[in-house]
Design a binder for this molecule. Sequence first.
Ligand code: AMP
Ligand code: GLY
Length: 428
Amino acid sequence: MKVLVVGGGGREHALVWALARSHLRPTLYCAPGNAGTRQQAENLPIAAEDLDGLCAWAEEHRPDLTVVGPEAPLCAGLADRLHALGLAVFGPEQAAARLEGSKAFAKEVMQAAGVPTARAGVFSDVGEALRYIDSLPGPCVVKADGLAAGKGVLLCETQVQAAAAARNLMEQRVFGAAGGTVLIEEMLEGEEVSVLALVDGERSVLLPSSQDHKRAFDRDQGPNTGGMGAYSPAPVLPDHELPAMQELVIDPIVRELKARGIRFCGVLYAGLMMTADGPRVLEYNVRFGDPETQCLLPRLDVDWVETMVACVQGRLDPSQIRVRSGACACVVMSAGGYPGAYRKGHPISGLDQANAMEGVAVFHAGTAWQEEQAVTAGGRVLGVTGLADSLEVALQRAYAGAGAIEFQDRHFRTDIGARALHPRAVRG
Ligand code: AMP
Ligand code: GLY
């Protein structure tokens, strides 16, 4: 059985690692992969955004299953094109991927489905956007409608800031076409948490909660990144509350899409804010999170090939997903300078020592294999995970692993999970 994984980050290494454990013993391919995925998959020199290249390879090699990691190829219609070739894909078609690709569409679907979310206005005319900002009583959030690599969301304390943000997105087009339409929504307060669900078009199964750390430096300082670490479960959303969350924020969306003739197959990821008035959805993603996946998959006892095929075929069964008790933490090691400019090509040492530690698994992200060794090749270089009976020990293990790994200008946050361990101390 051939399985193709599309993408080359930490999430994709975790997926390859998990798929490789299937009793179906798949032959794995990863496009483009990294120095970690090459241990269990054949890396293909095809970029995740190269739909023509991916489809040409798939047409020739006919994988039994393709698992798409990142959002860009899903939003560009990779699943539709592979379906047209008669191939099975874990990941939604373009019409469903719009939930992530267009925040205006997501808001409209949430409203139609009755899912709790921040109040918002949607504008394509800058004059109307500015008038709406003037009418708002408090701080707001200005969001580019389209994909902007996680950077198109601007938190504005004042109307002056919000007006400048709207002008930057809509007139200066700092995020290109993504800012042609903007959402302006009320600013919410609370703890953030992620819930990911496997969806087979009808049914969903929720995975345990997780929380990521978006800022580059300790105590949530510095610029936003793709994610500097994550842990699961998140205490703000314990396992026994997952069924209620499924009814509140996952199943209504799957039903609403279905009513519109849109089938959702893959992972539906809800980014939530737990406010004093209850949970509110901030965003939907249509894929696994990165680095959430690196701390979710080690907690799950799942035959991923079987389960993803079941999703594709519309026969997902909750008994296929068994959650291990305990906790998992992932510490991302990045190249100094990330998310700004950084250097590549530095050799990485200590990987074997870290992997040999009890409860530690190292997932590669921005790495490449050169002259028989792993070198840095991206901003987020590695995700070091620790698995244990408690979050405290999971974190100790992840940090012990990270401490064993060296490369020039390495950086990692030292407070991953601190908020969950000492809620009051960190919230200040
Ligand atoms: P999004 O891509 O929409 O999830 O936004 C990215 C980040 O911006 C979220 O993880 C939150 O930290 C923040 N954010 C988005 N919307 C809001 C909101 N309405 N109120 C407060 N913070 C928000
Ligand atoms: N870690 C956030 C995301 O994958 O979108």
